[in-house]
Structures are given as C-alpha cells and as structure tokens.
Design a protein around this ligand. Sequence first.
Ligand SMILES: NC(=O)c1ccc[n+]([C@@H]2O[C@H](COP(=O)([O-])OP(=O)(O)OC[C@H]3O[C@@H](n4cnc5c(N)ncnc54)[C@H](O)[C@@H]3O)[C@@H](O)[C@H]2O)c1
Length: 484
Amino acid sequence: MEYFPVMETGSSSPSTISSSVSETADAASTPGTQRSLLFDDDVAADPLDIGGAGSSFIMVVGGLGYIGSHTVLELLKANYNVLVIDDLSNSYESVVQRIETLAIEHFAPLQRPMPALHFRQLDYRSPLMRSILAEYCSYTVSNKASPSTPIVSATPRFPFSTLHRTDSGIDMQQEDASETTLRRESRISGVIHFAAYKSVEESIRMPLRYYSNNVCGLVDFLSLLEEFGIKNFVFSSSATVYGEGANCGVPLREELCVHHPETYQDDDGIERQVSPGVLGLTSPYGRSKFMCESILADIARSDPSWSITALRYFNPVGCHESGLLGEDPRQKPSNLIPVIATVLAGTKPVLDIFGTDWSTPDGTAVRDFIHVVDLARGHIAALAASAAGRIKAPFRAYNLGTGRGHTVREVLQSLEKTSRRTIPAREVGRRAGDVGFCVAEVRRAETELEWKAVKTLKDCSVDVWNFTKDRCLQQASDEMEMQC
Ligand SMILES: NC(=O)c1ccc[n+]([C@@H]2O[C@H](COP(=O)([O-])OP(=O)(O)OC[C@H]3O[C@@H](n4cnc5c(N)ncnc54)[C@H](O)[C@@H]3O)[C@@H](O)[C@H]2O)c1
C-alpha cells in the first residue's frame, strides 16, 4: 500500500489525497492510471497558473529531512514551485505543514500567493518515480513538414506506444509517415538530491544498505532523469570526501578532491597538477559520497549538457529561527548539536566529547559549523548560478562552510550560555577516522555562486535552543508529574 499525500498550497487549507497503488512493474507501466488519481486534482487552478500545467518545478528528493526542509522553505520564498519526494525514512509528514505555515507567513505581507508545494511520499528508487515524472511533463505538437509552424501546446492524444525515445526527448514516429511530432518536455527544471542515509556508524555496520540507497539509488535515478531530459542537478555532498586530506590543518580547497586530472594555481600563484582520488576515506558513508561525486563527474564529462553541482557541506547546525523547523530525525541522532539537544532535553544523560588531545586551542576538534539556513540558501545560489551560466564546468564541486572554525567545547559553551543550563559532558577518546581540524576554503562558492554564509555560532545556538526548549519544558513537566 502506498500513500500519496498531496499538499495544495494555493489555498490555506491543506488537503491530503490518499490512494492505494501497488508498487509493481504493472503499476509503473500504467502512467495513465496514476495520472487520473494524482495529477488532475493536484494542480492549483488559479489565474497565475501557480503549480498548474504551465509551471516549472524544482524537485527536492529527501526534502522533508533536516537540510531538505529548510531548503524547500527557501525555494518557496525565492518563488520556486517545489515538488518534494520523501519516503519519511528519517522524517515526518508533519514537516510539510510546518514548511507551508512558514511560507504562508512569508508571503502574507507581500500580498502574493505562495508558490506551489507538492509532496509525494515515495522511495526515490521506486518504479513509480517514472509515473511521477511523466505527470510533470508538458507536450508540444509540431509539424515536421513546415518548420516555421509554431509549436502548439497540447494534451497528448497519441498512444504512448507510438512514442520513441531520442537523445533530445521523446519523438513520435508515425507509420503513415505523417509529419506530426509530439515532443515531451519536463516541467522539472532542476533537481536537488538530499535522499541518502547519513550515519557513519550505521554505514560501517550495514554497508549494503548505504550503497544501495546512496549509490545504486542515485545511478538509477540519474538514468531516469536523463530519459526525461532533466539535466540540472544539485547533489548533497560532504566534507567527508576529503578523507585524511582534512588533516592538513588549513582550510580545505575543492581541488584536494577531484575526479579527473585538474590544474590549478595555489595561494602562492604556483601551478599545481592534481590527480583524481582521495586517501583515507574511513566509512562506507564517506565512500558513498565520493563514489556519487565520481559518477556525477563522469556523466558530466560524457555529456556536457548536464549541469551538476556537488555541494560539500561542512557541519550543518542550527535551525529555522521560528523553532518550527529543525533537526528531528526518526533515527538516533549522531551529529553534535542534535546530540547536545537530546542532553538538554534530558533524553540522554551526558554528552561524549570524542578526543581532547588534538592540537587545537582547547584540545577538542575544530569544525566549520554552518547555519542550516545559510546552507539552504547555498542551494538556491547554485540553481541561480547554473541558470545564469556561472558554473564553470558541467560538473563542479563547491564547499559550503563559513571558512571559520570552532572547537567542540566552544559550541558546548555557546549552547550553555544561550540555554542558561549546564550541559553534562565527559571526555572520551578519539573515534577512528576522526580528524582534528576540518574547515572550508570558501572562495570558490563566494565568487562563482555569489553566496556567503552570514550567520554566527551564536545564531545557531539561539535557534537550536528555540527549537529545543519546548521539549525541555515538556520533559520537566513529565518529571514533575511522575514525582507527584
Ligand atoms: N546533516 C549533515 O551533517 C550532513 C553533512 C554532509 C552531508 N549531508 C548530506 O545531506 C543530505 C541531507 O542530510 P540531512 O541531514 O538533511 O539528512 P536527513 O536524514 O535529515 O534527510 C534525508 C531525507 O531523505 C529521506 N530519504 C532517505 N532515503 C530516501 C529514499 N530512498 N527515498 C526518499 N527519501 C529518502 C529521509 O526520509 C529524510 O527525510 C544527505 O545526503 C546527507 O548525506 C548531511
């Protein structure tokens, strides 16, 4: 049984459409059935055609997770219609309403309707993805005999069996040699791909789970996108791709991890050659991100009509200032701030600080903590740069960080100050594969994406506390009740 909740965001009252569709090859090959159940009711009918048959969408895969949800909100605020695909393996459906609430609040004073927000609960590896992509297509009919004849928008009236795939899309070749061509064009103008499993520790225990979702899923997905002519792709990568290069003790340049030979000028103006590959990837998770980047770089090299940006996130922290969106995973959290939040909320008794003997000011590891809203805006900047032709190559990687480092202890102190609470912590040994210093060199993103992180560690702490404090109060009242 598959459920397809659909958010209609042209109106203030969200509606949910549930339908029972079995995930079989048959279901996948009957786009007409899918269409009538989902598509027709799904299109906002308004004079501006918001989300209607003529509108384009950004598809955000894994869009209800921590970074995805903040990015979806920023996309809406930047006037993009958004189609979210998420299987809720690490998020909750209620996030859709939260995003919608914040978007409505943003647009109300502007007296403009918010763009469309559609949601499909689905594993992006499902064969049903083909049906969804087919829904988000428009069709044009042209007459081959007279090239000057204007192309006419049309609802397809031809059996799908007469369509033939070509490099540039789908053509219809009629047996009676009629000169009519039906061309299919996707209304998905770009894809942001967040869907992946992300726990380093779990990936070591369950590598196949990680390679299946993160790598195999991506390969099949890219083939599908290619089939629909969707070639504008933003990929969630990670500073983990630098492997032991992160131990160099200076901010990391993108050239420290490349997938084809490159030449660049170092800070002293000396020309350097770099070879593909990276040393010291210590987990299946890290390897999966490196593999995905390599696959994307190879595709872009074989077909330069792709525009692929790999955004290498450093340490995303913080949450939306409203406290409505934040990091709220189904799985056990493993990142520093959500772990601190669970200690603050009383769910976990003490924070483990891994390694206090690094050569850093207080002995704890230094990381480049970037506010998730800044990070989200980096994705909008990548789409804009791609549209404006500012991305220098069909595949290009960018660090998204602040360029500044903070120690783990500084983060702890900042959250203690904001929450006015003591956060119990204990020092434990280093974890295998950890590095002492991992900070981004951010010039490439600043110049080519015209993007810069602006929020501070204090902003992160204030917003995280805003998101966490209700849970702390709830915990305290539960404890009081138990004592009574
Ligand atoms: N959070 C970080 O510290 C960090 C750092 C570097 C890179 N990244 C990468 O950024 C991306 C997003 O990270 P996040 O922190 O938001 O993670 P998250 O787990 O909060 O979000 C991922 C979302 O993808 C969904 N998802 C997973 N597999 C799916 C599938 N097969 N089909 C459909 N949906 C699926 C999950 O339900 C979840 O909502 C991931 O690719 C992650 O590897 C995260």
